[in-house]
Design a protein around this ligand. Structure first.
Ligand SMILES: NC(=O)c1ccc[n+]([C@@H]2O[C@H](COP(=O)([O-])OP(=O)(O)OC[C@H]3O[C@@H](n4cnc5c(N)ncnc54)[C@H](OP(=O)(O)O)[C@@H]3O)[C@@H](O)[C@H]2O)c1
Length: 319
């Protein structure tokens, strides 16, 4: 197979594109010809060796998302067949072929492009799991989506809107804030220069939001907690800009706040989340936001764009 990989950690210059052996499906695996996959922020962490990431293979191939056509199935796989158009959560997906467990391989909804499918699983399911499974958002509630231009945030806005929630977003540029409003946020706050807490209070008649969806970490943590209404829920699925936060325990107990992380769900929970998310996509309630599309030869440019954060939604690769 053709793959984008790196054998060491470092700058963009460690990235290579070349031939690697095809993966062999185990009895419960599906081998998929990858028509589209995408970048996640963790691919940058893995390449640069930040956030505690160590190489997992001698030739580290990034990516988890797959949209493509089933090439072969393991002996025990009954749920999909060769030739099916699928979307899946696998590993080493920045390649022309990749494996996914059969239980995380789903039919690509009709009318959904490979690019949209390949942009969906990791970011989309994290946002869905955080908001639906963990925070259990309810119609009429107000949700604050931090860094709404990210992969996770761009799904988060739409999932909250699909649940008839009010959405307030934050983003670091005017262009991203405009896109957040187009996607359904009532208002978008500049998380670098605005007073997030004051803006949220003004937008909610002083009450605060019911739920905060965060993945930024340290720089927004204090504001996130102070933006919550009584009995509010804070849910996190990432620590892009720092993992430490100071918590006022008095606010926690007096306001009755709940803090949650998405954790590491097993495949059964991931499958349930993916099915819920794909149903929203099939109904047209959620549309994966594709910021840019690169071939495998554009892998360094894709990493560079992700590092810059100058994009809204997902960076897609078409191997
Ligand atoms: N738990 C899981 O399974 C899971 C799954 C997916 C993602 N994640 C994690 O979730 C995070 C987001 O992933 P992603 O792929 O969606 O990332 P992404 O698309 O690269 O977006 C990262 C965002 O972080 C924001 N940001 C960076 N520094 C900031 C700061 N100082 N203050 C405020 N915002 C800041 C940027 O917003 P602006 O440019 O607007 O400032 C950018 O939109 C990552 O940490 C990732 O590892 C976890």
């Amino acid at each position: 197979m053709r793959a984008a990989y790196h054998e060491t950690q470092g700058g963009l210059d460690v990235l290579r594109v070349g031939e690697l052996p095809d993966p062999e499906p185990g009895p419960h695996d599906v081998l998929i010809q990858v028509n589209a996959t995408s970048m996640d922020r963790v691919d940058v962490y893995w390449r640069e060796g930040s956030h505690g990431m160590r190489l997992r293979w001698p030739q580290h191939v990034g990516g988890r998302d797959i949209a493509g056509v089933v090439e072969a199935v393991g002996a025990e796989v009954m749920s999909v067949a060769v030739g099916d158009r699928v979307v899946a959560s696998g590993e080493r997906t920045h390649a022309s072929m990749a494996l996914a467990p059969a239980e995380l391989t789903f039919p690509l909804p009709d009318g959904i492009s490979f690019e949209a499918g390949g942009a969906t699983p990791t970011a989309g399911r994290s946002a869905h799991q955080a908001l639906i499974e963990k925070a259990q958002i309810q119609p009429g509630e107000t949700v604050l989506v931090m860094a709404a231009g990210s992969g996770v945030g761009s799904f988060g806005i739409q999932i909250a809107r699909a649940m008839d929630c009010r959405v307030i977003a934050t983003a670091g540029s005017a262009r991203k804030r405009a896109r957040a409003v187009e996607l359904g946020a009532e208002q978008a706050i500049d998380h670098y220069s605005d007073d997030i807490v004051a803006e949220v209070r003004e937008a909610t008649d002083g009450r605060g939001v019911d739920v905060v969806l965060d993945h930024v970490g340290t720089p927004v943590f204090a504001a996130a907690i102070r933006s919550l209404a009584p009995e509010g829920r804070f849910v996190t699925c990432g620590v892009t800009a720092g993992h430490m936060g100071e918590l006022h325990l008095g606010q926690l107990f007096v306001k009755g706040i709940t803090l949650m992380g998405v954790g590491r769900p097993d495949n059964q929970r991931i499958a349930a989340t993916m099915q819920g998310l794909l149903a929203m996509i099939a109904r047209g309630q959620v549309t994966p936001q594709i910021a840019a599309v690169y071939g495998l030869d554009g892998i360094a440019e894709a990493h560079r764009l992700m590092e810059s954060s100058d994009f809204f939604g997902k960076i897609v690769l078409v191997p």
